[in-house]
Design a protein around this ligand. Structure first.
Ligand SMILES: [Mg+2]
Length: 318
């Protein structure tokens, strides 16, 4: 009886065995199932081959010089970002080796000499685990992408902003490079919803999100902070650099918003605060409070303008 890969596309199976004749024997069985096989005889070769990222299953010799199969399994498990099943092939029949193999991160065991049908059955079962795991990993990636995204505008949401702000502040503190936060708020947004309905309001928010995504450099990250308020994280930007970006966004919004929705020409107000002008402990709260105080002043100065944090005016507020 022959088991083939008829149920799925051919898989890539990595054989790791220090004895070339054994590796060749296993390779023939693997290929007879319709799969692609690569054989490695040393642990360094094996890590290189695995690092290429296209391996679906590993058949691992337990006893090898220098780094044995158990140790190599631990290394692979600690490095891999995806779950690849590992089956140990070994002459060791004792239970101790079985325990060691499973504890090291192996999934199953085959005792040498390898019986072709035994191996074919294991390959089939392990590849099923591999494809289920891949589907799960893909779903997890999609879910975490969705969890970080604002559903209306498609840009980052408040949760991903908070996470990124923390890590960017740390990077800024370590590298000494400035980091600036822009807070942007659509002026009189409530009147858009009141006068034109929520569908138009939503369309305006989407247009603003698109404008932010298009106007920012690759390293600047736009977010919907909440309601009609947006934020842009500008790594490696002084407050003045970020204000220039803010001014471009402000002007572009005034210029293009009229054609974007039925609500006519709209404007936005922007506040900026960066690590280059703030003093004292730089926490996410401190930089956000400062940017918010600057935004408040922009609103207070008649809206449709960019204000940078100024301790003279904003210190009390901040
Ligand atoms: Mg060996």
């Amino acid at each position: 009886m022959q088991l083939t890969s008829a149920n799925g596309p051919p898989a890539h199976i990595l054989i790791i065995d220090d004895e070339p004749t054994v590796a060749t024997h296993i390779r023939r069985i693997v290929e007879s199932c319709g799969h692609r096989a690569s054989a490695c005889h040393t642990w360094t070769e094996a890590l290189r081959a695995f690092g290429r990222g296209d391996v679906d299953l590993i058949l691992m010799d337990a006893v090898m010089p220098a780094v044995d199969g158990f140790k190599l399994t631990r290394i692979i498990r600690s490095r891999a970002r995806t779950y690849v099943p590992i089956v140990f092939l070994t002459g060791l029949a004792d239970d101790n080796a079985r325990v060691k193999g499973i504890e090291a991160g192996g999934d199953d065991f085959l005792t040498k000499p390898i019986h072709p049908l035994e191996l074919q059955v294991r390959i089939k079962a392990m590849l099923r685990i591999r494809s289920l795991t891949q589907a799960l990993e893909e779903k997890t990636r999609t879910l975490s992408r969705l969890a970080a995204m604002d559903a209306l505008t498609g840009i980052g949401n408040r949760r991903s902003f908070d996470e990124r702000l923390r890590s960017e502040l740390q990077i800024s503190a370590e590298s000494g490079k400035p980091l600036t936060v822009l807070l942007l708020d659509l002026d009189h947004f409530k009147s858009v919803n009141d006068n034109h309905g929520h569908a138009v309001g939503d369309e305006l928010l989407r247009a603003f999100g698109r404008l932010l995504a298009e106007s920012t450099r690759a390293c600047d990250v736009p977010y919907r902070y909440g309601g009609e308020e947006f934020a842009v994280l500008c790594p490696n930007s002084t407050t003045d650099d970020a204000c220039s970006l803010g001014e471009r966004v402000r002007a572009a919004f005034q210029r293009t918003s009229g054609a974007a929705t039925a609500a006519g020409t709209r404007t936005c107000s922007i506040g900026a605060a960066g690590t280059d002008i703030l003093t004292g402990e730089l926490s996410p709260h401190a930089i956000l409070t400062a940017a918010d105080a600057a935004l408040y002043r922009a609103k207070d100065s008649g809206r449709n303008c960019v204000c940078k944090f100024d301790p003279m005016f904003d210190e009390k507020a901040a």
